[in-house]
Design a protein around this ligand. Structure first.
Ligand SMILES: [Zn+2]
Length: 153
């Protein structure tokens, strides 16, 4: 093969563009954007991920918001490889006013147009990852993963 066709699809250098959580303690800030149209043209996916390593403050710092045109998947992934289903935290994540509480590694599907948040940490015992994937949104402004568009503009 004389040409690498898919090399351009491999993102090894994140963009650090989500800096809504400046001053929030206990979490990686800014988070790492690993997929967007800026990183992989025409991917039409927005994916950002960051570590939470102690009780965030302020808590909540992700407030109620919605993505009018895009479905979202929010993953919370425990950081203990010996017990990968254990989140190492307890989180209350409200969807359309319904509080969902979990302490396991999880994926949550949020349909377009449905309000979600606040996200409230009840406890943190181990570092864990929080990942948001906004399907069909190609950039941060379209994706607005934490509902911070007003703070960005
Ligand atoms: Zn969201």
């Amino acid at each position: 093969m004389d040409k690498l066709i898919y090399q351009k699809n491999l993102v090894v250098k994140p963009r650090y563009e989500i800096s809504n959580w400046k001053g929030v303690r206990g979490r990686q800030e800014p988070t790492m954007t690993l997929m967007s149209n800026e990183l992989v043209p025409e991917s039409n996916i927005y994916l950002e991920v960051g570590w939470i390593y102690e009780m965030p403050a302020p808590n909540p710092h992700i407030h109620e918001h919605k993505h009018e045109n895009y479905n979202e998947i929010v993953l919370h992934i425990g950081g203990d490889p010996r017990n990968p289903e254990d989140l190492g935290a307890e989180i209350e994540f409200s969807v359309d006013g319904e509080p969902l509480t979990f302490d396991k590694t999880s994926a949550l599907f949020i349909p377009a147009g449905v309000n979600h948040g606040p996200v409230i940490w009840k406890k943190v015992t181990k570092p864990h990852l929080q990942m948001a994937i906004v399907l069909g949104a190609g950039n941060m402004i379209e994706a607005d993963p934490g509902g911070h568009k007003e703070e960005l503009l």
